[in-house]
Design a protein around this ligand. Structure first.
Ligand SMILES: Cc1cc2nc3c(=O)[nH]c(=O)nc-3n(C[C@H](O)[C@H](O)[C@H](O)COP(=O)(O)O)c2cc1C
Length: 175
């Protein structure tokens, strides 16, 4: 059985991105799913000065090691002011110092959602162009607009067209 690691790029307890990543990971057949919570990887704000003192932060090492155990990654990024959440960017900054390619060539479904109609497309575009430099093998991307109109905690994606789009993506991924 293949292992999927999924997480939302947000520190919110009720993160809609964590909800979307969790839901999506469970749509893959025959997969063992592990959900990460960014709050378990909270580190001081990265600086080269802190790095001189701390070296590789143990939580960054743990994050890196977790990614290493995955056969596939499902990530849904929150958009804050047109970019990554500070919590995700900080994990990224610390972990990118272990090796720059901290995604370790793992295949990935990269997603984003927001409560707005643009569905966090800015951060999705940013990550789509940037993550390959960090060793991400992006197989597909998906943006879910207007989360609260299109997602229900019990049923998942309620908009048929969007749900079919996501299912098609999942079926197209060799897994
Ligand atoms: C400081 C801040 C900045 C935000 N900036 C954006 C933005 O640029 N684009 C957007 O679509 N939503 C933005 N939002 C709304 C978020 O998409 C919304 O809070 C969403 O729930 C975040 O995802 P999460 O629940 O996974 O944290 C922002 C929210 C906050 C609190």
């Amino acid at each position: 059985m293949k292992k999927i690691i999924a997480f939302g790029g947000s520190p919110s307890r009720k993160s809609i991105n964590k909800q979307l990543a969790t839901y999506t990971a469970h749509l893959f057949p025959n997969a063992e799913v592990e959900i990460l919570d960014l709050n378990d990887f909270e580190m001081p704000i990265f600086s080269v000065d802190r790095e001189k003192v701390i070296g590789i932060h143990p939580l960054a090492q743990r994050f890196f090691d977790k990614i290493g155990t995955a056969d596939f990654l499902v990530i849904s990024l929150a958009e804050n002011n047109g970019a990554y959440s500070a919590a995700f960017k900080n994990v990224m900054d610390w972990t990118s110092r272990i090796p720059e390619k901290f995604f370790q060539d793992k295949p990935m479904l990269l997603m984003a959602t927001s409560d707005g109609a643009r569905g966090a497309r800015l951060v999705l575009e940013m990550a789509t162009s940037r993550f390959p430099r960090h060793g991400a093998d992006i197989k597909a991307t998906f943006s879910l607009p207007s989360f609260y109109e299109n997602f229900n905690p019990e049923m998942g994606i309620t908009n048929t067209e969007l749900k079919n789009q996501l299912l098609e993506i999942i079926h197209s991924i060799e897994f």
